[in-house]
Design a protein around this ligand. Structure first.
Ligand code: GSH
Length: 413
């Protein structure tokens, strides 16, 4: 099933933060500018949305970050600045962290769009048997992301009826150590670590440390590092989400999609001044229009007539857009399903036709996380009911067209 799925990606088809301490804001601001603009950087190893600062410098970037509250995400001018990731090593065939079956573990939140990227690529590349993953509870509370206890996780899943900070269907214990919080893993890896405790994390079981907490780089490692261990000729081994010939185009697209859309929705939602919100919204609207224009020729994938990381990176934001961002982050210029027909078609195709996308998309975690966790935006923690459909079924446009035709006919009679 997966093989067929993966194979069809490669055929050409055109038919179709951060709790940043105020004292460290300056440093972060400088770093973020560079981090957000480096998608096009290509040296010997392609860098993805990363910067070239030494890992150690990045890791000790802020000495007081986590003493700040969950809501201290905006800078003094009211705009949101995402923290630069600190752990920037790579899994690579003959590197410090070689590709080996069973050696690594992935820590994710099903709610988080950055972690979601890693789950999609893990599935697409057929890496399920290569490493397992642990899933945090969707409520991001004062102590950061937390796990179910091993005792709770061992119980049969209870029907979920209320907001429970202890258990949630699909959340797991920390499968490696039974720790209660993601923060403990950061401290284990680097006792001096004092920036935010983010997911995703790739953990090396052998040296008991974090390999990387930067999703854009993790997905590139997953894309290529294990190829030599995958069956020769298999669709998963052949699948290349970052092909050499398309790198320039993918990097260029990633750069404005990251700034305007992926991080753009957060900039809208976490803005604390009208001006910062307006700027972020203008950029978001412009960027969504630009994607809509690209997809309006009916293409199935963003770049090169094949599935690439550009689709993966855009998908994890767009699939959250109508259910969450439109309301919670006030990105209400338009809804994907009603106002961006080409983007909606592209989204539905990935979700419904490719299990790696659908099976890793957990709307219950997504909704519960954002509305419950961000009390600076939603102080009463009320989780809205809608929309009626998290995502429209395939063929909805066709049915809508028929409905329109029907009502036109009725009007004439
Ligand atoms: N640069 C990181 C960003 C990851 C990130 O910001 N993750 C958020 C969840 S969506 C997080 O873990 N936040 C926890 C916190 O800031 O305390 C990546 O792309 O991997």
């Amino acid at each position: 099933m997966l093989s067929t799925t993966v194979r069809s990606f490669t055929t050409t088809s055109s038919t179709l933060l951060p709790r940043i301490a105020h004292s460290s804001l300056c440093a972060v601001r400088n770093f973020s500018t560079r981090a957000n603009n480096t998608n096009t950087t290509n040296t010997t190893r392609p860098l993805a949305n990363s910067n070239s600062l030494p890992t150690q410098t990045l890791r000790t970037l802020s000495s007081t970050s986590n003493k700040m509250g969950l809501t201290d995400w905006a800078s003094k001018d009211g705009s949101f600045k995402r923290q630069v990731s600190s752990f920037r090593d790579h899994i690579e065939p003959n590197g410090k962290f070689p590709a080996e079956k069973g050696r690594y573990h992935l820590y994710v939140s099903y709610a988080c769009p950055w972690a979601h990227r890693t789950l999609i690529v893990r599935k697409l590349k057929g890496l399920d048997d290569f490493f397992d993953f642990s899933v945090v509870h969707p409520h991001l509370l004062e102590g950061g992301w937390h796990f179910e206890t091993p005792e709770d996780a061992a119980k049969p899943p209870a029907p979920w009826s209320e907001h429970s900070n202890k258990t949630f269907p699909g959340a797991t214990a920390d499968k490696l150590y039974g720790k209660t919080h993601i923060a403990e893993l950061y401290k284990k890896a680097e006792p001096e670590y004092s920036a935010r405790f983010t997911v995703p994390i790739v953990w090396d079981k052998q040296t008991e440390t974090i390999v990387s907490n930067e999703s854009s780089e993790i997905i590139r490692d997953f894309n290529s590092a294990f190829n030599g261990l995958l069956p020769e000729g298999s669709a998963e081994r052949e699948l290349d989400l970052y092909p050499e010939s398309l790198r320039g185009e993918i990097d260029a697209l990633n750069e404005w999609v990251y700034d305007g859309i992926n991080n753009g929705v957060y900039k809208c939602g976490f803005a604390t001044t009208q001006e910062a919100y307006d700027d972020a919204m203008d950029n978001l609207i412009k960027s969504l229009d630009r994607v809509e224009e690209i997809l309006s020729d009916g293409r199935e994938f963003l770049v090169g007539g094949r599935l690439t990381e550009a689709d993966v990176r855009l998908y994890t934001t767009i699939v959250r857009y109508d259910p969450v961002y439109y309301v919670h982050f006030k990105t209400n210029w338009g809804q994907i399903r009603h106002d961006y027909p080409a983007l909606n078609r592209w989204l539905k195709n990935l979700y419904w036709n490719y299990p790696a996308f659908k099976d890793t998309t957990h709307f219950d975690h997504i909704r519960e996380h954002y509305f419950y966790s961000h009390t600076q935006i939603n102080p009463r923690r009320i989780v809205p009911k809608g929309p009626k459909l998290d995502i429209e079924p395939l063929g909805a446009e066709k049915r809508k067209a028929e409905d329109v035709a029907g009502s036109n006919k009725a009007a004439k009679v």
